[in-house]
Design a protein around this ligand. Structure first.
Ligand SMILES: COc1ccc2c(n1)CCN(C(C)=O)[C@H]2C(=O)Nc1ccc(OCc2ccccc2OC)cc1
Length: 247
């Protein structure tokens, strides 16, 4: 009966929320305290005078911190662990940067359009030397869009689990098994939104998923462009996890 599966769904939601909390690198309160700490003109100049390959390496190293925590989060999702190694890697390859970007929007100050970076909050001008202003603009736009939804930690936890466990991803061995896990998570998200009396958020979240997919393919496109121009930097100076997942 529905009640029986609801209890399971409640347990599923609780375990996803716990995993999300345990794998959040920063507590929201910590970063709230920093949100008005911005870079001085000199500090901005220093970032802008970095070479393209230096700044890409600098960002890749910092983003890999966040990716590591997303990998931990995925491993705690009931149903992810039972998937084959290959399917786990396939889901992380396409989903982990998407989850980083969703989580990143939580550390975004919409009032001065800055994002947490390297201990302070940075505007788009800090990333000028990456030479991909369109990617940065899209990252900031996406963060604005996510902030506008004012998601709770519970809603973010279920949403990011659903971003990861997506049966439509390419090259999955056991698509049917991923579909079963995805369906339970969809039940969990709708259950959470219904409980919060925010059913209308569901279709907005699916729209956000579509934006996320295009944002991450832009990231992959830029990374391909960068690794063609600076093969040695990527080969010998990028974090192995970043290379393995996005390379
Ligand atoms: C989960 O949420 C968060 C939020 C913030 C941070 C983290 N986790 C991890 C720790 N961290 C540190 C140590 O700075 C923060 C960070 O990495 N910030 C940051 C890095 C790069 C950015 O733009 C460049 C860029 C964006 C997208 C794709 C490729 C890119 O460049 C190649 C913007 C911000």
């Amino acid at each position: 009966p529905y009640r029986h599966s609801l209890r399971n769904i409640d347990e599923l939601c609780a375990s996803i929320v716990r995993s999300h909390r345990e794998t959040s690198q920063y507590r929201v309160e910590e970063l709230q305290a920093l949100r008005w700490k911005v870079f001085s003109r000199e500090e901005i100049q220093a970032y802008q005078s970095k070479s393209v390959d230096e700044m890409w390496q600098y960002c890749a190293i910092r983003l890999t911190d966040a990716v590591q925590f997303v990998v931990e989060f995925a491993k705690h999702i009931p149903g992810f662990r039972v998937l084959s190694q290959n399917d786990q890697i396939a889901l992380l390859k396409t989903g982990s940067m998407e989850v980083v970007l969703v989580r990143m929007s939580h550390f975004f100050n919409t009032e001065n359009n800055t994002v947490f970076f390297d201990g302070k909050f940075a505007g788009t001008e800090v990333f000028k030397s990456l030479a991909c202003s369109d990617l940065i603009a899209s990252v900031f736009d996406f963060a604005h869009g996510m902030c506008a939804l004012k998601l709770t930690e519970h809603q973010i936890a279920l949403f990011t689990a659903l971003v990861l466990i997506n049966a439509d991803r390419p090259c999955l061995e056991d698509r049917a098994r991923v579909q079963r896990v995805q369906r339970d998570l969809e039940l969990g998200l709708t259950h959470i939104l219904h409980r919060d009396n925010q059913d209308s958020l569901l279709h907005k979240l699916y729209q956000r998923m579509a934006v996320l997919r295009s944002l991450c393919s832009l990231h992959m496109e830029k990374l391909r462009w960068f690794s063609q121009r600076y093969p040695l930097t990527v080969h010998s100076l990028f974090p192995p996890l970043y290379k393995e997942l996005f390379g």
